[in-house]
Design a protein around this ligand. Structure first.
Ligand code: NDP
Length: 252
């Protein structure tokens, strides 16, 4: 039996990943920050698919919470086969690059970059130490098209996502000798709570301007399928790979 942690698994892309993994046969640790009701709903959906779900409230920006997330996972399942680092926030302050303040920058970097960086370190050390499972352990990092698209009023978010791209490279290179492949998935514009407030703007960009050449919104399930593809050993000789799941956004 294989076990996955999905950070930010209670809503949006994370929920899509959790359900795709449950369908693929994984027991899933559904991590969330504060929305316990949403996590419970996802947990029930996992169990309806015949798999086990463990709900763990943990703020990925806090070292103690990250350690507890890993401990509770091993306590419940005894192993970890897949870490999906998905949790993230959009900037709550949008400000021009020449005016943006440090406080909101620090908070966003703690959640979107520092938290994943050290959670991966902790998970990898445990994966290295555990008995081999059905297939080698893997790590998937959810970054963004913002890793390479300069949005001048949310530099903090772009810097964090670009940092995740290098985080993927670093851990892929370091963990290869342990048989642990690391992948970066770059979602394009996906319909979730994060994009809800800007639906009209993105409708225009997608359907009129064709910024997403496959002219539709991405869905959480699109990202879930990509995670399952790498998790289930479809790319065993690829690591540090970037997988664009963006409807062709990167072609523009
Ligand atoms: P949502 O806002 O819909 O969901 C965010 C999830 O992350 C929730 O489960 C939330 O938990 C969790 N979360 C937030 N902060 C923390 C924290 N400090 N610790 C633990 N969990 C936390 O976002 P999306 O699903 O849209 O985004 C998921 C990821 O995909 C993010 O990394 C985002 O940057 C990235 N992405 C999204 C795109 C999009 O178009 N939507 C495009 C490209 C990348 P809770 O429910 O408790 O609040």
């Amino acid at each position: 039996m294989s076990t996955a942690i999905v950070t930010g698994g209670s809503r949006g892309i994370g929920r899509g990943i959790v359900l795709s993994l449950a369908r693929a046969g994984y027991d899933v640790v559904v991590n969330y920050a504060s929305n316990a009701d949403a996590a419970k709903t996802v947990g029930a959906e996992v169990e309806a698919l015949g798999r086990r779900a463990l709900l763990v409230q943990a703020d990925v920006s806090k070292a103690g919470d990250r350690a507890r997330l890993i401990e509770e996972t091993y306590g419940a399942f005894g192993r970890l086969d897949l870490l999906v680092s998905n949790a993230g926030v959009a900037p709550n302050v949008r400000a021009d690059l020449l005016e943006a303040g440090e406080e909101s920058f620090d908070r966003l970097i703690e959640i979107n970059l520092k938290g994943p960086y050290f959670l991966i370190q902790q998970a990898a050390n445990r994966m290295i130490a555990q008995e081999p499972g059905d297939s080698p352990p893997k790590i998937v990092i959810i970054s963004s098209i913002s890793a390479y698209t300069a949005s001048l009023n949310r530099g903090d978010y772009c810097v964090a996502k670009a940092g995740l791209a290098m985080t993927t490279q670093l851990y892929a290179a370091r963990l290869a000798e342990h048989g642990i492949n690391v992948y970066e998935i770059r979602p394009g514009i996906i319909a979730t709570d994060m994009t809800e407030g800007v639906t009209a703007k993105y409708d225009k960009l997608i359907f009129e301007d064709g910024i997403t050449p496959i002219r539709r919104w991405g869905q959480p399930d699109d990202i879930g399928r990509a995670v399952v593809a790498v998790a289930t050993d479809l790319l065993p000789f690829s690591t540090g790979q970037v997988i664009d799941v963006d409807g062709g956004f990167h072609l523009k």
